[in-house]
Structure formats: structure tokens, C-alpha cells
Design a binder for this molecule. Structure first.
Ligand SMILES: Nc1nc2c(c(=O)[nH]1)N[C@H]1C(S)=C(S)[C@@H](COP(=O)(O)OP(=O)(O)OC[C@H]3O[C@@H](n4cnc5c(=O)[nH]c(N)nc54)[C@H](O)[C@@H]3O)O[C@H]1N2
Ligand SMILES: Nc1nc2c(c(=O)[nH]1)N[C@H]1C(S)=C(S)[C@@H](COP(=O)(O)OP(=O)(O)OC[C@H]3O[C@@H](n4cnc5c(=O)[nH]c(N)nc54)[C@H](O)[C@@H]3O)O[C@H]1N2
Ligand SMILES: [Mo]
Length: 673
């Protein structure tokens, strides 16, 4: 029997596609586009179309299991859920008694999780335990803090409105991999005569079609944005009427931008003065103009200030107030939904640990040490900086590691105890887009594979076993959804939309116009071009640039952007291909490296052995190894994160994936050639 079900993709992507899932004989036989979210436009990405490969993967975890071999060896024996949860309960109580509850560290990110499977019963458990708190900094904290500081995290321009834009700037974003539904919209805008500018060290697919591509050196976005701001003021292209009415901090921003004339910006970014002038003139003269700001610039020592300066541009240039004008970043704040409060989880005063420092945390001299590590919704061995430190930390014999996962990831190999998790097709999930302003709620379409269970169910169970449940706790998916929506003033409207159309939009609507439909969500409804709180928390003050200009030992910058094959590291097990490092001919030639050669990419943290792709699609001085790789995709089992430092961004303690310095050599081959 064949049936069709509406679903929603909760994977970490701005688009939040509606899905239609076909089920035959209890198994998923086809996944295609659904209709509720208009941005889906009738098509979905190749990854999710073949998501059934993940559901039925030979690497799928089907039962709880306990380690039998040495840590990391991947040898496990099946046990029952009862035994697994009992063992965890005993370990947690013991850790609490001997070392204090802060010796328990929950470790999750959850970019690919919706509102039911993240920050609900899990938060309740760990908060009530008084476990160490995790600062979830691996992604989007610097960008979020910048958006919050300047605009109070107001909703941003809907990408559909780019059809009205005369200029589209894609800054540190590669929608061809990371949010594909923007691509046909950009294409249509170009056909209507819009101009396209791309700011990216690589020739991305849209950079290849851009009127202007600015292949800046990684990490130099801050001088670039400040240079544009300075030019706008100096050439009287700043919109002083808009700034007088809607902004504060203008003089301070101007002062910090003062040093960055275009020749200086050119020297720092590796761009020509002519290209910079073309860009700023085009930006000044185009109405409406929109900047789609991504996350590429964030993963850098200057990531917070750089994003703040980019977001200041549309205010300085007066680009708001029309459809298709302003900027787009994350819209996850638009709904103002709060799972945590709804879950009855109040944050304890326990210590906070920055997730980007996991290796250091496990290996260092912390008091109390971390004795129980509970990993879920994350794959830290693949996705965190300083991979060797993370691995070594997880090898610690006195550490009890639980990994709650769907498949046998590189991290799961290091578990003492494995718990099998359902995928979104096997449980209910309510999910909100962070690009498309949609909220969707989808029932399970198939029964759980094996003995897999959902996060909310397992954490509620553990809460009960540890005696931490309270009367009135929302435990079932329905109760959690009702608690989340019930806590919101517009909850009833959301419910009505979900029931009638399978989708709800935030109170500001699906495609609101900033400064027309609402003013900034800051306390005084103004744009804060120089938010004091950011200036206070920024390492050297807001808009101050840091550089290690021309690191002589490791002259190449390594970046690790997303690809269309994985979502972060998710689906990596379905990817058979070997990864390559991309290097520009100008860097390959003097090193005697030719296409297909096996090379060693290295720095003081480690080395990655893989084949080279020699290509002018990356700027000279920069090499590229994809994000999201697993051990199996390189020749020595290390991935780009073996080379990424655990230094932090200027604001928010963000990861510096795109701020690694390396060198590359041909590897010695055993053939003697
Ligand atoms: N298919 C797929 N989709 C995804 C993801 C995925 O892994 N796969 N990940 C999801 C997640 S978790 C996120 S956060 C988003 C990320 O979405 P994006 O921000 O689009 O993704 P990235 O590939 O990290 O970075 C975008 C671009 O920034 C460039 N870049 C690198 N360093 C710099 C720099 O210093 N300055 C500038 N201007 N550009 C730089 C890279 O070359 C890359 O082309 O995508 C989401 N969507
Ligand atoms: N080198 C480099 N590294 C990067 C980046 C980069 O640009 N370069 N980008 C970073 C970014 S943007 C991000 S967001 C992080 C992401 O870092 P992570 O969150 O660690 O990475 P994911 O690959 O999303 O891992 C999520 C895991 O959770 C599992 N999972 C999914 N749903 C559930 C569920 O319902 N329950 C349970 N228990 N498990 C589930 C999936 O199978 C998957 O293995 O990676 C970062 N790592
Ligand atoms: Mo991310």
C-alpha cells in the first residue's frame, strides 16, 4: 500500500522545505517537495531527496549498545534500553556524588533539530541536574550578537523579495550549496536586470555569474565593510536623513572606519582599488539593494565585528524602507518562540563551557573535571576545531561518554554507551525556518527503525529515573507543542495556521518590509550602529581589526565551506567520494603540486593527507577542504578540523574554522617516484 504524507525538513538550512513523503509497505520510497512553504518552489535538494539512504543506512544505530573494545575501536554489544538508561542513571549519580554535578557535560548543537527535539526535556534534565552548561558557539553566535546589537534581531528581508532588488550582494554565503532556493530567485532578478556582487574568497557558482566578484582574503571583511562605510560618508552618499531619524552611534562608527581609505582596504583584502570603487559606487547608486549576509565571514577572529560592519551598511547607505532593500541574515528570531521556558527549564548558575574548547576542556586541568559527557544532536569529532585534541580527550579512560545518535558517526565510535535516535521521519517535529519565515509541524511518517527513540522521550525518561520530574512537566510531543505555543501571545494564531494550511508565519508576516512594517527590535527602536554592549564584549573593542599578516611559517589560509553533499557532517556516511583540497595554480606550481597529487596539508595542530585539485576557483593564498567530512573521506583519517585552531572570534566565542593557517607539500609516495 502506498501513502503520501506531508512533512517538513528540519535539517540545518535556511529554507525549511515542505516535503511530501511517499511510504510503501511501511518504508519511505520517495521524498519530494511539499506545498506549505512557498519558498520550496516545487523542488528540494538532492541530499534530502535521498534521505531514505540515511534512514535505512547500514550505519544506522538500531539498539542501545555498550562498548566492548578499546575506546574508538567501534566494538559494541547490544543491550536493552532498560539497562542502558539504568547505567546512565548510576553513572550520573556517581559523578554527582564524587565530583559534583558540574562534572556532567551535555554536549549538543542541534542545528538540524526542530523545536521538539532540542531545548525541551533535555534542557530540563541537565538544568535540574545542575550540570555544566554548554555555550553553543560552534555556529552563528557572532552573527546573532551582531544582528541583536544593531537591530534587536528583527526579521530581515525575505529572499523572495530579491525579485524587487536592483542590486543583490551575496556576502560570505554560498546559496548554491547552503540554501538552494535562493538560486532561481537570483537568476530571475538577474533576468529582470538586477546586478549581482559576490564577496567570497572562492569562485562560487553564483560568483561565476556575478557582475562583480570580490575574492577577498579570508578574514578581511571588516576592513572591507569599514572602507565602504568611510567612502559613503566621505563622498556624501550616506543617508543622513535616515540616520538622523533611525540610528544612533553614527559618529563612533565613522570614527572607527576613519582609518580605512580604499588603498588601505585594497592592501589588506587583496582586492584592487578599482574593484572596491566599482562596488561602493554600485551599492550607493542601486535602489533597492539587498545584502544577503552569510556565515563565511563569521568563522574568523574578526567575525563579530565584520558582521556588525556589514549589517551597518544598509543603514548608512539608506537602503531600508522599500521591498527588496536592506539585508537578510537569520530570521530564527522572528517567531519569538521559547522552547526552554515552555519546557520548564530554568538555567542553573553552574559553570559554562564553550563548546569550541571541547578538546581543551577534556584534556585540561578543570575542576571538577568532566567525567560524564552526553553527546546528542552533534558530531564533535568531525565538526569541532582542534580535532586531535577532541579525539585525545574522548580517549580518556576515566571519561564516561554517552552518544545518542542516528548513525555510527566518527564521534559514536568513542562512546562507552550508544543510544539510537529516531530521524525526523520517525517522530513528530515542529520546525521553524531561519530563512523562510515559516513554522511547520509534521507528524511521524514511518515507525521508528529498530529500537530508536526520540530525544524528548529519552530525556523525559532519564529525568524521571533521576527523580527530577515535576508535576505538570510537558513530556509528550503534543504536550511540548502545546506548551511552546501556549506560552506565546500569538500561539492561537500559529495553531490556526498550522491546522488550516500546515504552516504559520510570524506576526510580522511572511515577507515583511523592515522600517515599513516594523522598526528595529531594539529597546528604542533605532539601529545601534555602535552598540555599547558589543564594544564592551569585543576582544579589542568593536570594529577593531586583528591580523597576523603574512604568517611566515604557514603562508596559506585554509577555509572549509559547506558542500551540497552533507548538512554539516550529517549524511557523511552516504558520501563515498574521497575529498580533495583545492589550491590555486600560483600556490601549486612553486610547490611542484599537480592535479591529483597526494599532498599533506599541515600546521602545528596536525596534518591532512588527501589529493589536490589545482584550480583557479580559489584565490591565491587560500586552500579549501570541505566542511562536514568524516574520517573515511581522507587518506589519513584527519579532516579540515585537524587544522582549525581553537582560537575564538572577537565577539561571542565563535569558532575560527575559516581562520586556519597551513602549508601544503607533496606527500612522499612509496613508489619512489
Ligand atoms: N548543503 C548544505 N547546506 C547547509 C549546510 C551544509 O553543511 N550543507 N550547513 C548549514 C549551516 S550549519 C550553516 S551555518 C549555513 C552556512 O551557510 P553559508 O554561510 O552559505 O556557508 P559556508 O559554506 O560556511 O560559507 C559561505 C561562503 O563563505 C566563504 N568564506 C569563507 N571564508 C570567508 C571570509 O573570510 N569572508 C567571506 N566573505 N567569505 C568567506 C566560503 O568560501 C563560502 O563560499 O548553511 C546551512 N546549509
Ligand atoms: N571545518 C569546519 N567545521 C565546521 C564548520 C565549518 O564551516 N568548517 N561549520 C560548523 C557549523 S556551521 C555547524 S552548525 C557545526 C555543526 O556541528 P554538529 O552539530 O556537531 O554537526 P552535525 O553534523 O549537524 O551533527 C548533528 C548530529 O546529530 C545527529 N542527529 C540529528 N538529529 C538527531 C536527533 O533528533 N537526535 C539525536 N540524538 N541526534 C540527532 C545527526 O545524525 C548528526 O550526526 O559544524 C561546524 N563545523
Ligand atoms: Mo551552522
Amino acid at each position: 500500500m502506498t501513502s503520501r504524507h506531508s512533512s517538513v525538513c528540519p535539517l540545518d538550512c535556511p529554507d525549511a522545505c515542505s516535503l511530501e513523503v511517499q511510504v510503501e509497505g511501511g518504508r519511505v520510497s520517495r521524498i519530494d517537495a511539499g506545498v506549505a512553504n512557498p519558498l520550496t518552489q516545487g523542488f528540494i535538494c538532492a541530499k534530502v531527496r535521498r534521505f531514505a539512504e540515511h534512514v535505512y543506512s547500514p550505519d544506522r544505530l538500531l539498539y542501545p549498545a555498550a562498548r566492548t573494545g578499546t575506546k574508538g575501536s567501534g566494538q559494541f554489544q547490544r543491550i536493552s534500553w532498560e539497562e542502558a538508561l539504568e547505567r546512565i542513571t548510576v553513572r550520573m549519580r556517581e559523578a554527582e556524588r564524587l565530583w559534583g554535578s558540574e562534572s556532567i557535560l551535555p554536549f549538543s548543537y542541534g542545528g538540524s533539530n526542530g523545536l521538539i527535539s532540542q531545548d525541551t526535556t533535555d534542557a530540563r534534565l541537565f538544568f535540574r541536574l545542575g550540570a555544566s552548561r554548554l555555550a553553543r558557539t560552534v555556529c552563528s553566535v557572532p552573527t546573532r550578537l551582531a544582528a541583536e546589537g544593531l537591530y534587536g534581531r528583527m526579521p530581515t528581508v525575505a529572499v523572495e523579495d530579491y525579485l524587487h532588488s536592483r542590486l543583490i550582494v551575496l556576502w560570505g554565503v554560498n546559496p548554491s550549496a547552503t540554501g538552494i532556493h535562493l538560486v532561481p530567485i537570483v537568476q530571475q532578478a538577474l533576468e529582470r536586470g538586477a546586478k549581482l556582487v559576490v564577496v567570497d574568497p572562492r569562485v562560487t557558482p553564483l560568483a561565476a555569474r556575478a557582475h562583480l566578484h570580490l575574492p577577498l582574503h579570508p578574514g578581511t571583511d571588516l576592513p572591507l565593510a569599514l572602507g565602504l562605510i568611510r567612502w559613503l560618508f566621505v563622498h556624501e552618499k550616506a543617508d543622513t536623513a535616515f540616520l538622523d531619524q533611525h540610528a544612533s552611534g553614527v559618529a563612533q562608527l565613522r570614527e572607527r572606519a576613519e582609518a580605512w581609505d580604499l588603498p588601505k582596504v585594497a592592501a589588506e583584502t587583496g582586492l584592487s582599488v578599482e574593484a572596491l570603487e566599482s562596488f561602493v559606487r554600485l551599492y550607493a547608486e542601486s535602489h533597492p539593494a539587498v545584502i544577503r549576509c552569510g556565515w563565511g565571514q563569521e568563522r574568523n577572529r574578526n567575525g563579530g565585528s565584520a558582521t556588525a560592519a556589514i549589517l551597518a551598511l544598509p543603514a548608512v547607505a539608506g537602503k531600508f524602507g522599500v521591498r527588496g532593500g536592506g539585508y537578510t541574515l537569520s530570521n530564527s528570531g522572528a517567531f519569538r518562540l521559547d522552547s526552554l521556558a515552555a519546557a520548564g527549564a530554568t538555567s542553573p548558575a553552574s559553570r559554562e563551557i564553550n563548546m569550541n574548547l571541547l578538546g581543551e576542556t577534556l584534556l585540561g586541568d578543570l575542576r571538577p573535571p568532566v567525567k560524564v559527557l552526553f553527546v546528542y544532536n552533534a558530531n564533535p569529532v568531525s565538526t569541532l576545531p582542534c580535532q586531535e585534541k577532541v579525539r585525545s580527550g574522548m580517549l580518556r579512560e576515566d571519561l564516561f561518554t554517552i552518544v545518542f545518535e542516528q548513525v555510527m558517526t566518527d564521534t559514536a565510535l568513542y562512546a562507552d554507551l550508544l543510544l539510537p535516535a529516531t530521524t525526523f521521519l520517525e517522530r513528530r517535529e515542529m520546525s521553524r525556518g531561519y530563512g523562510a519565515m515559516v513554522l511547520q509541524d509534521a507528524a511521524a511518517v514511518i515507525p521508528p527503525e529498530g529500537e530508536s527513540r526520540s530525544n524528548h522521550d529519552v530525556f523525559a525518561d532519564l529525568c524521571r529515573r533521576l527523580g527530577l520530574s515535576r508535576e505538570g512537566d510537558a513530556v509528550t510531543d503534543e504536550a511540548i507543542v502545546q506548551a511552546i505555543l501556549g506560552a506565546h501571545p500569538k500561539g492561537n494564531e500559529y495553531r490556526a495556521g498550522l491546522a488550516a494550511r500546515g504552516v504559520a508565519h510570524p506576526p510580522t508576516g511572511y515577507a515583511p518590509i523592515p522600517f515599513v512594517d516594523f522598526l528595529p527590535w531594539t529597546a528604542d527602536q533605532k539601529v545601534h550602529l555602535f552598540p555599547d554592549e558589543l564594544d564592551r564584549i569585543a576582544r579589542n573593542g568593536l570594529y577593531h581589526y586583528e591580523t597576523d599578516a603574512g604568517n611566515p611559517r604557514y603562508p596559506l589560509a585554509l577555509i572549509s565551506p559547506a558542500t551540497g553533499n552533507t548538512v554539516s557532517s550529517m549524511l557523511g556516511q552516504t558520501l563515498k567520494r574521497e575529498a580533495k583540497v583545492e589550491i590555486h595554480p600560483d600556490d601549486a606550481l612553486p610547490r611542484g603540486i599537480a592535479e591529483g597529487d597526494t599532498v599533506r596539508v599541515f600546521n602545528d595542530l596536525g596534518e591532512v593527507l588527501l589529493r589536490a585539485r589545482v584550480s583557479p576557483s580559489v584565490r591565491p593564498g587560500v586552500v579549501v577542504i570541505p566542511k562536514g567530512l568524516w574520517s573515511r573521506h581522507t587518506l589519513n583519517g584527519a579532516t579540515s578540523n585537524a587544522l582549525s585552531p581553537d582560537s575564538l572570534s572577537d565577539i561571542g566565542g565563535g569558532a575560527c574554522f575559516n581562520d586556519a593557517r597551513v602549508d601544503v607539500r607533496r606527500a612522499h609516495t612509496t613508489s619512489g617516484s
